[in-house]
Design a protein around this ligand. Sequence first.
Ligand SMILES: Nc1ncnc2c1ncn2[C@@H]1O[C@H](COP(=O)(O)OP(=O)(O)OP(=O)(O)O)[C@@H](O)[C@H]1O
Length: 465
Amino acid sequence: MNGVKNMQDNFRNPNDLVSQIEQLTKKTAVIPSLEHQLHALKHREKVFRRQSAIFQSASSLDVSNAKTDHETVSKLTVELERVRSELERTTEMNMAQKEEIKRQNKKILELSTKLQKLVAIFQEEMQKKDELIRKLNDEVVDLHGQIRVVIRVRDFKKDPSFNFQITSQNEVKFQQNNFSNVFAFENVFQPGANQPEVFDDIKELILCALHGKNVSLIAYGPTSSGKTYTMRGESGDEKKGVIPRAIQFLLEQSMKELAVIGWTYNFDASFIEVYNEEVFDLLDDKKKLEMKQTTTVGSKKIPINDMADVTDLLELADSQRSVATTACNQNSSRSHAIFQINIDGVHKSGETVKCCLNLVDLAGSERAKESGAQGKQFTELTKINQSLSTLKKCIRAQKTKMPHVPWRESKLTILLRDYLGAGSSKTMFIAHVNPSDASETKRTLEFTADLRSTNIGKATVQTGQ
Ligand SMILES: Nc1ncnc2c1ncn2[C@@H]1O[C@H](COP(=O)(O)OP(=O)(O)OP(=O)(O)O)[C@@H](O)[C@H]1O
């Protein structure tokens, strides 16, 4: 029993066992020399006894020597026996330990085989779940309409000349003189809605980009209604806008769930602006870009591996974007800005996706008279209003199925054409209203309501092949 207990104790403390084994090994090493000594002593004793018998008159010194040798022999015999039994015990323990290690190794092997099977089942389940999510997500996004429109209402001072009311989660009512209408949207964000709430509603659309669909999010509305606030946001985690949140979301999703089921993604970004009907690269010293069909040629693309890359890129673009102080907005964007994330995905099976996420911050419409704009600012304002009015004409032409849609009348519509008419993009407008201005509010509501009923076809997966 004690032996078993000692063994158990030793298993509990393998370091002690190792040191005991070391000591015993040392002791074992001296056994041959002890045996040799013993043998020699026994021989000497025998010779001595023989001599004593022959020489009865042996001296007392000789007898005392013989006695001492006999005692040493006895002591050595006892010691030898002790070492032998200790060696036997250790050998037994060693065997038991070897058996235990074998048993444990077998168990580990069994467990790792089970684990591999479980990982394979988990990956298969994740793959199925991912396919289902893609399908459902696609259906949900499509059900919301060809062009989805949500509306964000800025905190406003009530203007007694008209009545603006948020009547439900997806409807607002506009009433002025004899005009009264209820406008429906996918969602209405109240003045108190914060940046995370807005992004939450957009997430499912952004996920479509990882699944291979071109996705476009376009902020629309009059000057100072909050478009740049929504898209770019301001400093501080809570005030971050759609652009940094979207990239963070793409990076997280691609590195977690999609990586588990065998997808690897690469992202790069470009950032251009349309200013006074010219296109400039916000990431390349505002280099003027030429256009080829619906895209620009030679825009700089910066790889995105983590959020630090994004912060640098956005700060660079912020420093380049055309802004001015106007009567309505201290930091008014004087250009349409298009941030494009190119997504390249490859699955371990060889399947690929190649698509892009476009995040567009349009310049705001503004009436020249009220803005008090003159000179350079007047030119900017005229160009902004012209491009927005071409955008409206194109949407109207599309909606009424006119044979000609005037896409080529402005750089903005040439660039947006693929997201609004070519049928390869899932598109959402975030309409902004600042209902202290009756006529701008009415115009925004009417235009964006038109958007909802415009057919742009069904987006398909882009494989880049
Ligand atoms: N929802 C909001 N919450 C808090 N502040 C907001 C909100 N929307 C806009 N603002 C503030 O209002 C001001 C104007 O907003 P912003 O510049 O985003 O408008 P805009 O529509 O982009 O205007 P423009 O077309 O002239 O560029 C900014 O100072 C911004 O901080």
